[in-house]
Every structure is written in C-alpha cells, then in structure tokens.
Design a protein around this ligand. Structure first.
Ligand code: NAD
Ligand code: DAU
Length: 341
C-alpha cells in the first residue's frame, strides 16, 4: 500500500504516520503538509531515515502539488485542515478554503486514476451539540461553528464524489483526541503546559460542557483498520465512550501535574459553545472490529508524561507567535475571571 497522508505534520497525522510505518512493514507513506502554525516538521523528524517515508511541503489547495504528491499512491488519508474552533470564530476564511476547497482539489486529483481509497477525516462536531443520547452515522448533520460547518462541507463533498463518480470514499467522524504532539492551543495540552508553567487554567463558562476523549493512538489504530477493511461509501463514528466535563478533565490535569486548584479560572464562554458530543460506535465495532483500548486515566498520564519529557517542543511553540494568539484570546477574559473549582 502506498499512502498519501495530507496534514501529516500535525497532531493526529504525525501519530498516524509513525504508527503506519511501524506496524505495516510493506506500506510507504508520503506526507503533504503546508506547515501552517499547527504543522511542525520536527513532529516527523524521527522518521527521516526511514526509506518508506517522504515529506513534501505543499498546500492541498494547490492542484499541481496535490497531483504531484499523489503520484503512485493508491490511498489518500486527508487530515489536512484548519482545526481550532476558537480560531474559526475569529476568522473563518482559511477554514472554508482548506476544509472544503482543499478537499475538492484532492478529490479531483484522486479521481484521475483508479485507486483504493480516499479516507476523509471528519469530526463528531458535524452532528452539533447533542443534549441526550448518542449520534448515529445516519443522523442529520447540524454543525454550529464555522469549523464544524467547514468540516461538514468537506465530508459531504467527499461523499458526493462516491455517489456521483463512484470514487471510493470513506468518512470517519472522531471525537476529541488527546496525546503526544497536540498543539498547545487545545484544552488538554494548553492546561498541562500552563500548569507546568504555573499559569492560569482558563475554563470556559461553567465548565460543564462534555466531550468524549479518545487517545490518539486508539484513533490511529482505528484508521489503519478502516483503510484495510472499509467498503467505499461508508461513514464510521470513532469514539472511546469516555465522557467527561471540562471540570473533570481539569481536575485530572491538576492531579497528574501536581498543581494547585488556585490556578483554575472561569472565563467568558466561547460563543455558540456546543454543550456535549457523544457518539454511538456500534458500527465500527461490528463491521471493522475496532474498540478503544486506552482508559482516560491511563491516557492522561501518558499525555502529561510526554509533555513533561518534551518541554523543549512546546516551549518553542509557546515562545513564538503563539504568545500573541494567547494574549488576544485570553488576556481580557482572564482579567474578568472567577476562581477555583
Ligand atoms: P492539527 O491542527 O494538529 O494539524 C493539521 C495539519 O494540517 C497541520 O500539519 C497543518 O500544517 C496541515 N494543514 C493545514 N492546512 C493545510 C493545507 N491547506 N495544505 C496542507 N496541509 C495543511 O490537526 P489535528 O488535530 O491533527 O486534526 C487532524 C484532522 O483530524 C483534521 O481534519 C481534524 O478536523 C480532524 N479531527 C481532529 C480531532 C481532534 O480532536 N484533534 C477530532 C476529530 C477529527
Ligand atoms: O470533537 C472533535 C473536535 O475536538 C475536533 O474536530 C477539533 O479539531 C478539536 O479542536 C476539538 O474541538 P473542541 O472545541 O472540542 O476542542 P478544544 O480543545 O478547543 O476544547 C475542548 C473543550 O474545552 C471545549 O468544551 C472548550 C473547552 N475549553 C477549551 C479551551 C481551549 C476551555 O474550557 N478552555 C480553553 O482554553
């Protein structure tokens, strides 16, 4: 199998690329990545001596780059995206461009030849906020943030290529991932690294929003199985069934980092903040034979250990352009914050 992994220098893409090369001895992987603020070449540098690995710096919206990178590949796994909800609320333009138009460009390049599979990595956010029960793959989509709406557009476009042209497309919708190499703008790595620095942990609203936390390696294992076993035209939810409120996640982070609760601050909420996501994963369990293996207690410990052991990785991010992002996103809200759990 020869894979093109787009967005492979980001969080999930780099974990996926490493796992694919480690566990599939006859697979080759080419990564195409624009190296936006979230994509880091160093996330893959341990693979540079691997002859089955190649890195190409380029944009999925660039037709030539997409065609060139896809040469000889039978499978495309599209992780490339703008991914942070808060940034999409600030400016949605790059989200529409990469998460919708980028998917179109890749699909057009893909369908020039007969290939095995186009795997579009989507998200549980396309279902919108789920107050009760669990989302099934057949549920109506109701995205509520510009990020979620762009991801819904991308996966609908991908599925339309299956229906219209018979392009072999599979869509996966995963829940919130956490683990090594996650950019420290997202809840878990932000709070772990802030705790390590003795800085405030800014919880949005009342902190009772719930997410289903999936350890990144479990997600990547699910994707490897989907590539080998999925029929085209299928959609699979991927979740771990480990639902926690943001308060509970924060408490776990305080515990694994040995941090005082005084650092916890409640700040003004995210606009349109989805209250809860929850997935029914019966389909992937029954058809593909995958189940998450990592419990949240184990996963959060492994994650904290990784950030403790890789301080240089996140310190270099946090000392760069991230500082201005953090100031604009949090400074005023922290001034008006309330304290402790
Ligand atoms: P990330 O932000 O860490 O990485 C995104 C990667 O895409 C970066 O390497 C970036 O440089 C690259 N990229 C962005 N625009 C590009 C472009 N135009 N051309 C080429 N490369 C580009 O994201 P992540 O958290 O690893 O998410 C990966 C995928 O999984 C995304 O599609 C996301 O929507 C989806 N997803 C993420 C989660 C999660 O919890 N992180 C959950 C479900 C689904
Ligand atoms: O559900 C899958 C999605 O999970 C992915 O598709 C997205 O790419 C990914 O970013 C993630 O989206 P969320 O918005 O759920 O993740 P985030 O880490 O930004 O926030 C998780 C929860 O924590 C959410 O309820 C908002 C809250 N939060 C987040 C930050 C950054 C805080 O309370 N404080 C914060 O500073």
């Amino acid at each position: 199998m020869k894979l093109l992994v787009t967005g492979g220098a980001g969080f999930i893409g780099s974990n996926f690329t490493r796992l694919a090369l480690k566990t599939k001895s006859d697979w080759e992987v080419t990564v195409l990545d624009k190296l936006t603020y979230a994509g880091r070449r160093e996330n893959l540098e341990d693979l540079d001596d691997e002859p089955r690995f190649e890195f190409i710096h380029g944009d999925i919206c660039d037709e030539k780059a997409a065609l060139c990178a896809m040469e000889g590949c039978d499978t495309v796994v599209n992780f490339a995206a703008e991914t942070h909800v808060d940034r999409s609320i600030d400016d949605s333009s790059s989200f529409v461009r990469t998460d919708i138009e980028g998917v179109r460009v890749l699909l057009e390049a893909f369908r020039r030849e007969d290939r095995h599979l186009f795997l579009q990595i989507s998200t549980d956010e396309v279902y919108g906020s789920v107050e009760k029960g669990r989302s099934n793959e057949t549920d109506q989509l109701a995205p509520r943030s510009p990020y979620a709406a762009s991801k819904a557009g991308g996966e609908l476009l991908a599925m339309s290529y299956w229906i219209t042209y018979g392009v072999p497309v599979t869509v996966t919708r995963a829940s919130n991932n956490y683990g090594p190499f996650q950019y420290p703008e997202k809840l878990i790595p932000l709070f772990i690294t802030n705790a390590m620095n003795g800085e405030p942990l800014p919880v949005y609203g009342d902190g009772l929003n719930k997410r289903d936390w999936l350890f990144v390696e479990d997600h990547c294992n699910a994707l490897l199985k989907v590539i080998e076993k999925s029929e085209p035209g299928r959609i699979y939810n991927i979740g771990a069934g480990q639902e926690y409120t943001n308060r509970e996640v924060t408490s776990s982070i305080l515990e694994v980092t040995g941090t005082d609760r005084e650092l916890v601050r409640y700040i003004e909420d995210r606009p349109g903040h989805d209250r809860r996501y929850a997935l029914n994963v019966d389909l992937i369990e029954n058809e593909i034979g995958w189940k998450a293996e990592t419990g949240f207690d184990e996963g959060i410990r492994k994650t904290a250990d990784w950030y403790i052991e890789n301080r240089a990785w996140w310190q270099s991010i946090k000392s760069g352009e991230f500082r201005e992002y953090y100031r604009s996103m949090y400074a005023d809200r922290l001034k008006n914050s309330r304290g402790s759990i």
